[in-house]
Design a protein around this ligand. Structure first.
Ligand code: ADP
Length: 498
C-alpha cells in the first residue's frame, strides 16, 4: 500500500530502498501490536508512507538483537569491518539520487541540498571505515622497574542512537559509522518525521554485508523507545542529536545505569561582521549560513551582528540576495528554499517575527507566511533587532535573519557569548590577527572565520555549555564509542644486560 503510494508520487530507481518497516536482527518488522504512524510530505501534507509505531517491547527486541551481534562483530578485525563499511559507502553513493529523493519527500529540503547531504553523510562512513584501523593504544613509561603499563581501546558495547529530522541521513551515519568501526552494535531511533531515509540506509547496510543485528532501526513512541534504551544495562552508550530539552532528560536518565553519553543539542549561532570584512564575501556567508535547509540546522546563523560602519551597506546587499531565494517544493528545479518541517515550526517562526516587530524590529523583506501556504514562510530579514527579543535568546529554526548593530569588538563578543548555548559562531574580517583574537574569545565549540559552511566528517563537531557534550566526526569522534582499558603487567624480571 505505502509502496504504491510512494511509487505514484516519485519513482525511485531502486524501489527496494523504500522500506516501511523497522529493522530488528536483520528482519524487517512491524510493531509488535501492529500500530502504524503516517509519514507526511512537509511540502504537500500528503502521506508518503505508514511506518510501524513501535514501543518498549520492540525496542527491547532490538537491544537484544544488538547484544547478540556485539561479540562476533567486536571480535572481527578493524580491517574486516572496514571492508563492509567501505561497501556501504559505495552503495550509499550508487543510490544517491534515490536517497536524496526520499529525503526531499520526508524532509522538504531542495534536491541539490539533499544530494549534498548524501555526500556529506556517506563521507562519515568512508572516513570511519579507515579510522577504525587507527584505534591505537599506548605504552606508558613505568615508574616501577618490575611493571609495564599499557592502555588498550575497546568497543564500549551496544549503542543507542536518537536522531532528529533535519539531516535524515547524515545524523544517522555520523553516529552509526564510528560506532560500527569501533566494534559496537547499534539501535537507531530516527525521528518519526523522517524515518524513510534511515530505513533505506539500513537496507543498504544489509546489502553491503553488515551482519544482522549490528544495525537495528526502531521508530514510533519516542518516550517509550527512549526509556527502553536508557533503562537497559546492555546499552552502554547513548548518542543523541536534538533539542536541549530532550538532551537534559536523557542525561538525567543515563545516571541510572551510568551510561556513556554524547549530546549534540541546540545552538544560537552569532555571525559577527566587522567593519574590516569583505562585504560581498560576508553576504554570501550569511546567506548560506542562515538559509541552508530553510534555516533548520543547529549551526544555522541565528543572530547577525553588524558593525556600525558597514551596517547599512551590508543590510542592503544582504536583503537583495535574500529576495532572490526561490521558495517551493524541493523537487522543483531552481528551488533553494523548501517548506518548514511542519505547521508547528511555522507557528514558532511567525511568533519570533511578531515578537521582534512588536519590540521595534523593522522588516526589510519577508516577515510573513508565503503565498504557497501551510508550511512555507517567506525568507525574512529584520533590522534593528535587540537582545530583549525572543529571536536573540532562542533558535528560530527557520528562514529569519535578524540584524543587530554594534560599535566595538568588546560589545560584539559580549553579545555573541550572551547565551546559554555554545555550538557554532562565525566572524567575518579581512584582518587575520583580528580574526584570531575574536576566535579565541568566542565561547563556542566551533568557529568559522570568513566561512559559514564548516561541517565535514574530518573535523570535530560539537558544542560547549548547554549545546552538548562530546564531539562527532574526525579522529576525536570515535573515542565516544571506545572504552580505555589499562593493563598492568607485573613481576617483570631485570632487563637483559647483554
Ligand atoms: P526536534 O525539536 O529537533 O524534533 P527533539 O529533541 O524533540 O528535537 O527530537 C530529537 C529526537 O529525539 C527525535 O528522534 C525524537 O523522536 C526524540 N525524542 C523526543 N523526545 C524523546 C524522549 N523523551 N526520549 C527519547 N527520545 C526522544
Amino acid at each position: 500500500m505505502a509502496f504504491a503510494q510512494v511509487g505514484a508520487m516519485v519513482q525511485l530507481k531502486n524501489m527496494a530502498l523504500f522500506k516501511s518497516q523497522g529493522l530488528i536482527g536483520g528482519e524487517w518488522t512491524d510493531a509488535h501490536d501492529g500500530r502504524t504512524l503516517a509519514v507526511n510530505n512537509p511540502a504537500t501534507g500528503e502521506i508518503i508512507a505508514n511506518v510501524p509505531f513501535m514501543g518498549k517491547v520492540d525496542a527491547q527486541k532490538a537491544i537484544a538483537a544488538a547484544s547478540v551481534a556485539f561479540q562476533p562483530w567486536s571480535k572481527r578485525t578493524a580491517f574486516d569491518r572496514c571492508k563492509l563499511l567501505r561497501k556501504w559507502f559505495d552503495l550509499l553513493l550508487e543510490n544517491k539520487e534515490d536517497l536524496a529523493k526520499l529525503m526531499v519527500l520526508e524532509n522538504g529540503k531542495p534536491l541539490a541540498e539533499a544530494i549534498g547531504e548524501v555526500h556529506y553523510g556517506a563521507g562519515f562512513v568512508e572516513y570511519y571505515a579507515e579510522e577504525g584501523k587507527r584505534v591505537y593504544g599506548d605504552i606508558i613509561p613505568s615508574p616501577f622497574p618490575t611493571k609495564r603499563m599499557l592502555v588498550m581501546k575497546q568497543a564500549v558495547g551496544v549503542v543507542g542512537a536518537i536522531t532528529p529530522w533535519n539531516f535524515p541521513l547524515a545524523m544517522i551515519t555520523r553516529k552509526v559509522a564510528p560506532a560500527l568501526a569501533a566494534g559496537c552494535t547499534i539501535v537507531v531511533k530516527p525521528a518519526e518525521l523522517t524515518p524513510l531515509t534511515a530505513l533505506a540506509a539500513a537496507e543498504l547496510a544489509l546489502q553491503a554485508g553488515i551482519p544482522s543485528g549490528v544495525m537495528n532501526v526502531v521508530m514510533g513512541d519516542a518516550i517509550e523507545i527512549g526509556a527502553a534504551l536508557m533503562e537497559s544495562n546492555e546499552v552502554r552508550k547513548i548518542t543523541f542529536t536534538g533539542s536541549t530539552h530532550v538532551g537534559k532528560i536523557l542525561m538525567a536518565a543515563a545516571a541510572k545505569t551510568v551510561k556513556k553519553i554524547s549530546l549534540e543539542l541546540g545552538g544560537n549561532a552569532p555571525l559577527i561582521i566587522f567593519n574590516d570584512a569583505d562585504i560581498e564575501i560576508a553576504v554570501k556567508g550569511a546567506l548560506h549560513g542562515k538559509f541552508r535547509n530553510t534555516g533548520q540546522t543547529c549551526v544555522c546563523v541565528n543572530r547577525i551582528l553588524v558593525q556600525d560602519g558597514i551596517y547599512d551597506e551590508f543590510a542592503a546587499a544582504f536583503t537583495k540576495a535574500v529576495q532572490e531565494l526561490q521558495v517551493g517544493n524541493g523537487l522543483e528545479a531552481g528551488v533553494t528554499q523548501g517548506p518548514l518541517i511542519n505547521e508547528a515550526s511555522l507557528e514558532k517562526v511567525d511568533k519570533h517575527v511578531q515578537d521582534a516587530v512588536s519590540k521595534g524590529a523593522k522588516v526589510l523583506v519577508g516577515g510573513k507566511r508565503h503565498s504557497l501556504g501551510r508550511t512555507f514562510y517567506e525568507p525574512t530579514v529584520l533590522c534593528n533587532a535587540t537582545d530583549d527579543m525572543l529571536i536573540f535568546r532562542e533558535e528560530v529554526f527557520g528562514p529569519v535573519a535578524p540584524l543587530m548593530r554594534f560599535h566595538t569588538d568588546e560589545e560584539a563578543i559580549k553579545m555573541a557569548n550572551d547565551t546559554e548555548f555554545g555550538l557554532a559562531a562565525y566572524a567575518y574580517t579581512e584582518n587575520i590577527e583580528h580574526g584570531w583574537r575574536v576566535a579565541e574569545a568566542l565561547d563556542y565549540g566551533m568557529v568559522g572565520l570568513n566561512e559559514t559552511l564548516i561541517s565535514t566528517e574530518v573535523a570535530p563537531f560539537g558544542g560547549t555549555k548547554q549545546s552538548g557534550l562530546g564531539r562527532e566526526g574526525s579522529n576525536y569522534g570515535i573515542d565516544e564509542y571506545l572504552e580505555l582499558k589499562y593493563l598492568c603487567l607485573g613481576n617483570i624480571k631485570q632487563p637483559f644486560m647483554c
